[in-house]
Design a protein around this ligand. Structure first.
Ligand code: CA
Length: 454
């Protein structure tokens, strides 16, 4: 800086000398030069100060600029760091988004699983409830069984005591048995002796058996002769019966009890009226019980002068021998009466369970409540031959040709008052609009051989 200033000063000095027209080799006015130099010095000094100020300003500005540059560099560095951070953050956000999406899918699947599990859980809960109930029941049973076991235990104790007693009794009995065994040994010997004797007897018996067989064949021969004789006798009896008209009631005789003789049957008594009708069943005062078993209906029961049933076997034989009519007379508690007439009444044998084989043509005033029963077998309280699941003769209905079950029940329970709420009375449905609370107070069933009037 100083060398530069010296140079400037030297140049300035030469220039200044030329201006004033001085020639160094000439005499120079020194005062003028000094004054000029001083003036110049002042000017230069001022310029230098100005330059220094400018330099100072420039230096300050340069420093400021440098500071700004440094701040700019710093900022740029920071921005770069921040951009990298931003980039990194963006990448992380993308990763997180992908993770979120994946997690969402997993979550959905988990939700479905949870729903399924919840349903399963509900089912399991229901099963648990059911099982709990079952368990309760089982527990109750176990308790009950425990009680039973306790009872049985105490019974067992008692039984043990009894066994003890029995044991001592058995010991006594064993002693007795020993004694008996000795006796038995003696008896066995006797038996052996007897067996020998029996063997001898057996031989005798065998001999006698052969003799008996011979006799048996002789007896068979005699039986055959007897049978043949009986058949001859029956034929003769038949002829006699026909002759004597004993197989049925007299046509014009007075009414009363008659002895009736039918082929193959013992003579029996029956009420006959004056027009040849034979009464086979009668109800009018409830004095006889009609709720009876098969054997009674087969053989007949009751009082021939009062209420009775003549018997299925007699009815079968009579109607088998000759065609018969049937007349049923009925009466109500209010005094009204009516009848049903059938022109061909026939009953099967006991083997056929006394089936109602035929009725013929109906005629009458009470309606036909018997045709429903046609071809039905007879049923009694102890023999169920009807078509119903139960036994129609039960419930006090008495015996009858029941189907499923009846439109008429002439052997049912008798009710004097003429009606019964439990429908167990004597009925003839078609006569009282099938109102089975009615109970008839009069019944008479009668038969008569057709040929009598023909
Ligand atoms: Ca039945």
């Amino acid at each position: 800086m100083k060398s530069c200033l010296a140079l400037v000063l030297s140049v300035f000095l030469v220039t200044e000398l030329s201006i004033i027209g001085a020639n160094p080799s000439n005499s120079i006015p020194v005062n003028a030069i000094i004054t000029s130099l001083r003036r110049r010095d002042h000017q230069i000094r001022d310029q230098i100060e100005q330059l220094n100020d400018q330099i100072k300003n420039i230096t300050q500005q340069s420093q400021l600029l440098q500071g700004a540059n440094e701040r700019f560099d710093f900022m740029s560095t920071n921005i770069g760091i921040l951009q990298r951070k931003l980039e990194k953050a963006n990448n992380e956000i993308q990763n997180k988004e992908a993770q979120i999406s994946h997690i969402t899918i997993q979550l959905k699947s988990q939700l479905k699983n949870i729903t399924d599990k919840t349903n399963q859980l509900n089912m399991q809960m229901k099963n648990i409830t059911d099982l709990s109930e079952l368990l309760q029941n089982k527990t109750d049973k176990v308790n009950s069984m425990n009680k039973t076991i306790n009872t049985l235990k105490s019974n067992l104790e008692t039984a043990k005591d009894q066994i003890k007693t029995k044991d001592s009794q058995i010991t006594d009995q064993n002693e007795l048995i020993k004694t008996r065994n000795e006796e038995i040994a003696k008896l066995t010997k006797q038996i052996e002796d007897l067996k020998t004797e029996i063997k001898t007897k057996d031989e005798h018996i065998k001999l006698q058996g052969e003799q008996i067989a011979t006799k048996d064949s002789q007896i068979d021969g005699l039986n055959n002769q007897t049978k043949s004789n009986e058949e001859k006798m029956t034929k003769i009896t038949d002829k006699l019966v026909k002759c004597n008209r004993q197989g049925f009631c007299p046509i014009n005789g007075p009414s009363g009890i008659y002895k009736i003789k039918i082929r193959g049957m013992n003579t029996f008594e029956a009420p006959c009226n004056s027009t040849g009708w034979l009464t086979i069943q009668k109800r009018f005062d409830g004095s006889e019980n009609f709720d009876r078993p098969w054997k009674d209906y087969k053989d007949g029961f009751g009082n021939i002068n009062g209420e009775f049933f003549i018997g299925l076997e007699k009815m079968h034989v009579m109607t088998r021998e000759r065609p018969h009519e049937l007349y049923i007379k009925l009466g109500m508690v209010n005094g009204s009466t009516g009848y049903a007439h059938y022109d061909d009444f026939k009953i099967g044998s006991e083997d056929e369970l006394y089936k109602l084989k035929s009725l013929g043509i109906y005629n009458g005033t009470v309606g036909d409540s018997l045709k429903y029963h046609k071809n039905m077998k007879f049923t009694t309280l102890d023999k169920d031959n009807d078509d119903a699941e139960s036994n129609c003769a039960a419930n006090k209905y008495g015996g009858g040709w029941y189907k499923k079950c009846s439109q008429s029940r002439l052997n049912a329970k008798f009710y004097k008052e003429g009606h019964t709420r439990d429908k167990s009375g004597i009925v003839w449905g078609s006569w009282h609009n099938y109102d089975y609370t009615h109970s008839l107070t009069f019944v008479e069933m009668m038969i008569r051989p057709k040929t009598v009037m023909n």
